[in-house]
Design a protein around this ligand. Structure first.
Ligand code: DX5
Ligand code: ZN
Length: 237
């Protein structure tokens, strides 16, 4: 069994208390911090830039995963890596020369991820699969938190899992959008590695409860274990 990671998206956090919010989800058991960068052009919303990533970096020891929903991401790769992004994700729909872009992200010292919108065919990432560290399959149309999970993406997740396994690649599968206690089980079953969750984590004030409820489902109880104990957490592949 592979390791499964929960990455709360700060998009649904209280931006007025951002550092505190990041520390609170870290204490609650989050694995990564997911940061959504939007430019009002590639997506209809505008969020944050490298300075805020720098502040997040300062607030946490966790892996900082930056999801760029911007047109012409090449112009900003260096700034986001310098700000502290451990992982940098670009949208396949926003890159003219995708291979060059992911190569540049790796040269800068970050892990490279490629994001795919719900209506974009998976075949667009097929030629790049050997050259990336993660593929992010969007399960909502990017732009806003709190949207409804698009179930038709599930077949794309299964297909991607098969490609990765058949080629024995170490590429992670990440999902983003509408991940909550009702949708997470099917995603676990499909072989997702990294689960981004915004509103499901930051709703209410008890992050131990919301993070705990999701993380518990990432490791379903193994019925074969005596006493019904939790399955042993494996090492990352
Ligand atoms: C949407 C962002 C997501 C967003 C998810 O464009 O990429 O990371 O925060 O929010 P939820 O989990 O509320 O759907
Ligand atoms: Zn995101």
């Amino acid at each position: 069994m592979r390791q499964r990671l929960l990455a709360p998206s700060i998009l649904s956090a209280d931006f007025g208390r951002l550092a505190e919010e990041v520390r609170a989800v870290e204490r609650a058991g989050a694995d990564w911090i997911h940061v959504d960068v939007m430019d009002g052009h590639f997506v209809p919303n505008i969020t944050i830039g490298p300075d805020v990533v720098k502040a997040v970096r300062k607030a946490t020891a966790l892996t900082v995963d930056v999801h760029l929903m911007i047109t012409d991401p090449d112009r900003y790769l260096e700034a986001f890596v310098a700000a502290g992004a451990d992982w940098l994700g670009v949208h396949v729909e926003a890159c003219r020369h995708l291979h060059r872009t992911v190569q540049r992200i790796r040269e800068l010292g970050a892990k490279a991820s490629v994001a795919v919108n719900p209506a974009t065919p998976l075949c667009l990432v097929d030629p790049i699969l050997e050259h990336v560290d993660m593929v992010l399959l969007m399960t909502v149309n990017p732009g806003f938190g709190g949207q409804k999970f698009i179930g038709s993406v599930v077949s794309k997740i299964r297909q991607l899992r098969r490609w990765i396994d058949d080629r024995s690649l170490k590429v992670l599968i990440q999902v983003d959008g509408g991940v909550n206690v009702d949708t997470v089980d099917i995603l676990v079953e499909c072989g997702v590695d990294v689960f981004v969750a915004g509103s499901a984590v930051f709703q209410g004030s008890d992050y131990h409860r919301t993070v705990g409820a999701l993380k518990e489902r990432l490791y379903p109880r193994d019925k074969n274990l005596e006493g019904g104990g939790l399955s042993k957490k494996p090492a990352l592949r």
